[in-house]
Design a protein around this ligand. Sequence first.
Ligand code: MBD
Ligand code: FE
Length: 285
Amino acid sequence: MTTTQESPTAAGSGASASKSFKATTATADVADTPPERVAAIVTDVLQGVHDAITKHDVTYPEFQAAKAWLMDVGEGGEWPLFMDVFVEHAVEEQVAKSQSGTKGSILGPYYLSDQVKLPSTCTLPRRDDELGTPLVLEGQVRDTSGKPLGGAEVDIWHADSDGYYSGFAPHVPDGNLRGVVVTDEEGRFEISTIQPAPYQIPTDGPTGQLIGAAGWHPWRPAHLHIQVRAGGHRSVTTQLYFAGGDYLDSDVAEATKPELVLDPQDDGTGTRRSSYDFELEPSKG
Ligand code: MBD
Ligand code: FE
C-alpha cells in the first residue's frame, strides 16, 4: 500500500460544512424575525413533536435515544447536512411560490463562494486523471422577457464520479469541479466537465445512522448545482438532474422537479451534451 490519501469521513465533511456555513451566513442578522412570529413558528414545531409523541406512544428510552442522537448530530457537524436533506426543500418550495423564471431547488450544504472565474466557454477545474464520462452543458441566460443577459454568472459545483465534493472530502483538491462561469454578450455559456455520480449521505455519521434505523435509502440522484446571478435580477439557485438516472424518483432530499431533468446525448465522440437555458426575473424595488 502506497496510498497516503485520507479517506472521507462523515465527521470530516460535517466539520467542513459547518465551518463554511458559519463563515458565509449571518443567520441572526438576516432573519430579523419579530418575537410574535418566533413564538408562533416554534409553538407549531413543538406541537408537531408533542403530537408525534402522543400518536406513537413514545417511550423514555426512545426520548433519551433521540436526545443522544441530536447531540451526535451537533458534535459530528451534521446540522447543515441534516437540515438541507430533510428540511430545506420545504423552504425552497414555499419561496418558489413567489418566483417566476427558472425553477429553483435547494442549495445544499456543499456550496463554496468565491470560486475561480471562467470565460463563457470553459472546462471546470479537474484533476489530470479525473474519471467520468465527459459532459458538456451549454445554454443561455435571459431575463423573463427573453432579453439575453451578458456578463451573468453561472456558479456551478458538483460531485465527482465517486460522488465526492471538493472542500468536503480530503482526497479531492480544493476547487475541483467548481467554477463561476461568466456568460458572453449573448448570455451564452458552454461548460465542459464530467458526469457526476449519485451522492450518498455518509453512512458513518448520525444522519446516515438515522436513515439506516428508519430503513430508508441514503441516496440523492446525480446532479449539478447551479446558482445564476445577474445584476438587477433575482438569483436562481437550482440543480439539474439526468433522465434515467438512479434515485431520480426517490431523492432522499426531495429536491427534484420535472423541469430540472436533462437528457444529455452522446455527440458521437463519447461526450454527452445537453442544453439548458436559465431565466431570471427582475429584482424588486
Ligand atoms: C448534497 O450533495 C446535496 O446536494 C444536498 C442537498 C444534501 C446533501 C448532499
Ligand atoms: Fe449536491
